[in-house]
Every structure is written in structure tokens, then in C-alpha cells.
Design a protein around this ligand. Sequence first.
Ligand code: G3H
Ligand code: ZN
Length: 284
Amino acid sequence: PLAQTGVLVAEAAAKRRAVAAFNIITLEHAEAVVAGAEAAASPVVLQVSENAVKYRYGRILPLARAAVALAEAAAVPVALHLDHVTQDALLRQAADAGFSSVMYDASHLPYRQNLIATRAAADWAHSQGLWVEAELGQVGGKDGKPPLDAHAPGARTGPLEACEFTAESGVDALAVAIGSVHAMTSRTACLDHGLLARLRRALRVPLVLHGSSGVPDDELARAVAGGIAKVNIGTALNLAMTNAIRAYLADHPEAVDTRSYLTVGRQAMATTATHLIGVLDTGA
Ligand code: G3H
Ligand code: ZN
């Protein structure tokens, strides 16, 4: 059934677990994530980034409607989240399109401007009943930009600032920069678990990990044990799908029907989703 992101995150946090939030780009991504969550018998979040909306010719409704239909028919709770929103025009479409939550991303701005922009976005989003996530610090690697040093002093989330930021902006969750970087295709990120512990102690809101595709299983499990309650995963699905399709087409140079290779690509994404959900949900 269609669920609410805030409820899934709160339920996971209460159990010291994390809910997996997968970025979907195509219908096959959404089908694969739901199938993967059903196989794991766990709730899941389908998230659509502003960049994915741009890819879909700037239209949010076609993919959102499909995701809502999949969620309603799913055997496990499935919530919809709008991810990395920078444009107010997109934010304003979230609730009508079926999203229960948004991540408003002004993390590229200096602290004070990030706070002012995030507070305004959160006020409006709350008036629509949306659950709001924001980011403080810089999880690099967005928009194909070269990743900044994830452990540079200015890149990471400071506990004192984070405490003020969450209190003054009123956000429901905070994405923290603790060493992960977006769009990594190798799982070699090292997280600063000491910083995570300080953030967990300083903040009341659930903490979110971005750029999780580059984080190894054991580091993910440790981050969840340390207080991360929502884990965003995008690139791992794309890697699984692309590798599977590349291998299939190499073996079947005569293939023409798109379903032949999309079937193996979708299955590879579902298997990846089931595995990662297991890491977050059981520490396995
Ligand atoms: O918000 C989306 C995530 O942070 C995904 O990052 O593609 O590196 O897994 P990733
Ligand atoms: Zn992200």
C-alpha cells in the first residue's frame, strides 16, 4: 500500500534500523525496487530527484503516477519522496503528484542562506502536510560535478550548526555529510562514525545518508547502528542494470526486443535492492 515517508522513517528509527530510499528514473527502476522490497518483506521509499524530473522532459506526473499505482498494489508499504529539490516550482507540485515528503536542497548555499531558504521551503511544505528533509554540509558529486574531498573540514556537517539549523528551519530530517559522495561506482567510501555519533547526540531529528552506493555493506550497517534512519541509494541500481544489460547484449548481439534486455536489467536492480534492504533492515 501507499505509505508516508515520515512514518516509515520513524518506524525504522524506533527499531534502530533504516529505511532504504531508492532513486527511480524509469518505470523499470520503480518496478524493480517494489519487487525487491517485496522479496525482502520490508517497506521502501521510491524517490524521484529533480534531475530525474528534468530527464523526464521536466514532467513529474508520468513517473509519479506510475509509482503511486505500484505502491498501491504493493505487498509492502511504499512511500514516495521528491529528492534534491532546488526549484520552488517543483516543490509546489509535490503533494498533488502523490509525494508525502520532499528533500529541499540548498546545501550549496552559505550556512545562513541555506537556513533562510530551507525554513521558507519547510514552512510551505508543512502547510501541505509534507515531511521535509534538508541538507547541511556538502555531500559532493551532484550533477556530475567532480567530487570534492568528502573529509575536507568545510564539507562535513558540524554538530553545533546542525543543531541550530534543524531547530530554526523546523525540518523533519537532516541529510548529513559524514564522508559519503554521490555517484560512486566503487564501494570504497569511509564514513566518520565519530562525527555521526556527535551528530546523533546533538540532534533530535532522524539522520539521512546520501551517496550510499559508494558505502560498503559493513559501513552501512555501522551507520545504521549509529543512528542513520534513511539511506538514499541511486547509482547502485544504475550500475546493476547497466552491467546486466551490457552483458546480455554482448551475449545476444541479435537482440532487438527491448523487453529482452530490460527484463535482465530490472531483475538485477531488484536483486540489488533486496540485498541492500537486508543490510539496512537486519544488519545482515
Ligand atoms: O539522493 C540520492 C542519493 O544520495 C543517491 O546517491 O547515487 O550515490 O547512491 P548515490
Ligand atoms: Zn543525494
